[in-house]
Design a protein around this ligand. Structure first.
Ligand code: ZN
Length: 446
């Protein structure tokens, strides 16, 4: 340990370029994962010696908050029941956050189920912690022996809100609700807050001098509830900004596997785009505005086919990209904060705008790409999982002659062809319909 500390102290990031700095970050992440694994193992031994000692040691030795220490201790106990998870953790392949996500899935559906799922563990290794949390939640939901399809109803019944004046004289608004309703509420508040940010000066001004982000969020809620300006308390003009969702089409887009609809696979996946995985029972209460989308994904993680296109005539590309990406491909911001962008903008006016050349990006990441002159690139592994990253943008003149670009384009086409052929020849619906494990990253945590 002392040697490791010495080595880390000697690392300097001075004078390094972007690629080298990225490598430093990745390698430091490796070290951190291994250090976390050692911590978790030691905490587990401590607990075995005396209950409560791990938490004390973590707070005293690593200055973790009591709450965080409790979390690590709980994870340590769970890892003992999940040998495969423990092994991957010891190899430095799992972040602590992913171990937490596996732990909470284990609480819901049992340690043996989680530890025995190769698919889930593969996702834990390959995804970032944020998107994996969504995968783990969905897994737990689908394997929860008690809740089943009634989970959402239970969550709905548990909704509650409190409005009261706290002991310090501040008004407090506190509420809990099911994730489907919350997704819609959050979307409306997000939209309104973005609008207020622009109203406060936006990118060219100094919006934080008007109010900070937390204040803006509270003002967005206030204005949505009262129809009055949060700063002046004057009634808002009728045309004043978004009161709800603008970017998503009306209604909700619900992506389900075909088996859920025809009853052959009631365990299949069901997800509301922009909200996240939900139990299939949500289909029993669809509103007329909701859009039900079946989709078949090819081996390259791209949607090959979308069902009920006639209801989506002006939206198929949006829906296809939303289904595949589930949010910003770089930072996992939810879909309603994203717009669809061309992956290679220099080629935007040439050739068809097909979904292979489109990606969901939030505003922040899109701006960052422009500022840093980078572009989005992706690779598809043999499981059809798309891994997104960025690379320096090619110059417009060099684009054609860049041998790497030609090669990677050829590779992508190859994937598409073979998977399509597979679908047709085998008569099967590709690498699983819709989201769960394969293909597109799933919307991250909220
Ligand atoms: Zn982003």
């Amino acid at each position: 340990m002392k040697v490791a500390c010495e080595v880390l102290r000697s690392v300097s990031s001075e004078g390094l370029g972007e690629d080298e700095l990225c490598r430093v970050v990745a390698e430091a992440g490796q070290v951190k994962a291994l250090a976390d694994a050692v911590t978790v193992r030691a905490a587990s031994r401590l607990e075995a010696l005396r209950a409560g000692s791990a938490r004390e040691a973590l707070v005293a030795g690593t200055k973790l908050s009591g709450r965080a220490a409790k979390r690590v201790t709980e994870a340590a106990r769970q890892v003992e029941e999940m040998p495969n998870v423990g092994r991957l953790m010891d190899e430095g392949k799992l972040t602590l956050e992913s171990v937490f996500a596996l732990g909470s899935a284990a609480r819901q559906c049992g340690a043996a189920v989680v530890d025995g799922s190769d698919e889930l563990l593969y996702q834990a290794i390959t995804r970032d912690a944020g998107s994996f949390l969504g995968v783990a939640r969905k897994f737990a939901q689908r394997h929860d022996p008690s809740a089943g399809g009634d989970l959402l109803q239970g969550q709905r019944n548990s909704r509650k809100a409190d409005l009261f004046v706290g002991s310090d004289g501040m008004g407090v608004l506190k509420g809990e609700m099911d994730p489907v309703s919350f997704g819609l509420l959050e979307q409306a508040v997000d939209e309104r807050r973005d609008y207020l940010w622009r109203k406060d000066g936006g990118r060219d001004g100094t919006p934080d001098e008007v109010r900070n982000n937390g204040q803006r969020t509270m003002d967005a809620v206030f204005e949505l509830c009262t129809g009055r300006d949060a700063l002046t308390h004057e009634p808002l003009p009728a045309d004043d900004g978004p009161r709800g969702s603008r970017r998503l089409p009306p209604g909700r887009i619900i992506a389900v596997t075909a088996g859920v609809v025809d009853g052959t696979d009631p365990e299949g996946s069901c997800e509301i785009i922009g909200v996240g995985p939900v139990p299939p029972s949500v289909l029993d209460r669809m509103s007329p505005d909701d859009r039900l989308v079946g989709a078949i994904f090819g081996g390259n993680g791209q949607p090959l086919w979308l069902g009920r296109m006639e209801r989506l005539a002006n939206l198929p590309q949006y829906v296809a990209v939303a289904l595949r990406d589930r949010g910003c491909v770089l930072c996992r911001a939810p879909m309603h904060r994203c717009r669809i962008h061309h992956i290679d903008e220099h080629c935007a006016d040439e050739g068809p705008t097909d979904i292979e050349n489109l990606a969901a990006l939030c505003n922040r990441c899109h701006l960052w790409l422009h500022r840093t002159r980078r572009r989005v690139v992706y690779e598809v592994d043999t499981y059809g999982v798309i891994a997104w990253s960025t690379a320096p943008r090619r110059s417009a003149a060099g684009a054609r002659r860049d041998p790497d670009a030609v090669e990677s384009a050829a590779r992508l086409n190859g994937h598409a062809d073979s998977s399509q052929a597979g679908v047709l020849a085998g008569g099967k619906t590709g690498a699983g319909v819709g989201p769960p494990g394969r293909g597109p990253p799933t919307a991250g945590s909220r």
